[in-house]
Design a protein around this ligand. Structure first.
Ligand SMILES: Nc1ncnc2c1ncn2[C@@H]1O[C@H](COP(=O)(O)OP(=O)(O)OP(=O)(O)O)[C@@H](O)[C@H]1O
Length: 240
């Protein structure tokens, strides 16, 4: 469970880009973040991934306060994985190798450089690729995969390496509606089946309303709405 309270991020000698953000995400929840360009969506995800520090407020994971300099930060960075808009795969490696070797934040330098893996890791990676409907693409090089498939490889990679929370920055931007449905449907299923928490920036279209359990709205760094289990009203949309 994630709980942030009164989170504020001020750029040194610059603007306040997040101001008084508070919400919780329980295990199994799918949360969407909406807000216009520059409203602070990506910065919020980076703070949650401990890639950016915040100026004040608290951030707790399973009841324990965390920070970018705290003792547990390496474990938290493994468990809370940020998948950026252009999922950064090694394009010369297969989907399977990408999953096995892991991302820079999750795998050891030794594994990334040598590419050496254990056989039970292999089984785990194949299982996860199958769950995400990618078994037949496991041996395709990442540069032969579509945008949606790359997103799903990045999700598989994060989960195989122990992610309990996925932070996804525009996971379906640039995808056709069918591919977007597949990515979001898979994420939703993982939430329900494995208790995964997903916090995804999904500003465009009605993806947030169709897939998220809760929508958090930002405007100029401030939290302007928090809505559960229903579509946004026209009035609420105007706030974003
Ligand atoms: N290092 C920085 N220094 C100064 N301002 C910054 C810095 N990082 C982000 N900002 C500002 O913080 C605000 C929020 O940025 P952020 O990237 O979180 O927006 P966003 O909602 O994700 O936008 P978009 O939808 O366009 O990606 C923007 O005004 C941005 O210019």
């Amino acid at each position: 469970m994630i709980h942030i309270a009164h989170l504020k991020k001020q750029i040194p000698a610059g603007p306040t880009v997040l101001d008084d953000i508070s919400f919780r995400a329980d295990d199994g929840e799918f949360i969407a973040i909406k807000g216009a360009s520059g409203s602070g969506k990506s910065m919020l995800l980076k703070c949650l991934a401990l890639q950016e520090s915040w100026t004040s407020g608290t951030y707790k994971v399973d009841g324990k306060e965390v920070s970018t300099t705290g003792l547990g930060r390496y474990r938290i960075r493994k468990e809370i994985t940020l998948i950026e808009e252009k999922a950064s795969l090694n394009l010369r490696r297969t989907a399977l190798k990408n999953v096995l070797i892991g991302s820079a934040a999750q795998a050891s330098i030794f594994r990334r450089v040598t590419g050496m893996v254990r056989s039970d890791d292999y089984m785990g990676a194949m299982d996860m690729l199958e769950k995400l409907g990618l078994l037949d693409k496991a041996h395709n090089k990442a540069d032969q995969l579509s945008g949606g498939e790359r997103q799903r490889v990045a999700i598989a990679r994060a989960l195989v390496h122990g992610a309990k929370v996925l932070l996804a920055d525009e996971p379906v931007s640039g995808l056709d509606p069918h591919a977007a449905d597949k990515v979001l449907g898979d994420l939703k299923q993982l939430c329900k089946q494995q208790g995964l928490i997903v916090i995804a920036v999904m500003h465009q279209g009605d993806w947030a309303e169709r897939y998220a359990d809760r929508i958090i709205g930002l405007n100029a760094g401030k939290q302007v709405l928090q809505v559960s289990g229903r579509r946004l009203t026209e009035r609420e949309k105007m706030l974003l």
